[in-house]
Design a protein around this ligand. Structure first.
Ligand code: 5GP
Length: 116
């Protein structure tokens, strides 16, 4: 069994964090350390540590991440100007929290995709 992260506690609201969205599959809330004007995390309720651990049975849940990203981008007023969706995997990807999450970032021009 993968070890739970702080995100599981946020999903269960054991650590109270204002939620922007929650349903039976996914949860969304603002990043504690925003990297842009708008920075939201959208995460599956199920603990999947990394993209390497994704299974076929997760396809519905992972698809939901996108429909919720679209909805929240509209609510944030950033849909038309545009935004970026990011998922980091493991060390080279810069993953810090081992519960997969989609970053929705926008609200300003984001520059080049990578700054290696
Ligand atoms: P990663 O680097 O794993 O792709 O991104 C993890 C993100 O989770 C970081 O942007 C970090 O700021 C955010 N984060 C870490 N701990 C917390 C927390 O307790 N609450 C919230 N809202 N965000 C967190």
């Amino acid at each position: 069994m993968a070890e739970e992260t702080i995100f599981s506690k946020i999903i269960r609201q054991e650590i109270p964090t204002p939620l922007l969205y929650q349903d039976e599959l996914v949860t969304a809330f603002r990043d504690i350390s925003p990297q842009a004007e708008s920075h939201i995390l959208i995460i599956p309720n199920k603990l999947i540590p990394t993209v390497n651990d994704v299974e076929e049975e997760d396809e519905l849940t992972l698809g939901r991440l996108f429909t919720v990203a679209k909805k929240l981008a509209k609510e944030e007023g950033i849909a038309e100007d545009g935004y970026r969706l990011i998922m980091n995997c493991n060390q080279h990807g810069g993953q810090e929290v081992y519960h997969i999450h989609m970053h929705l970032v926008g609200g300003q021009p984001l520059g080049k995709m990578l700054n290696i």
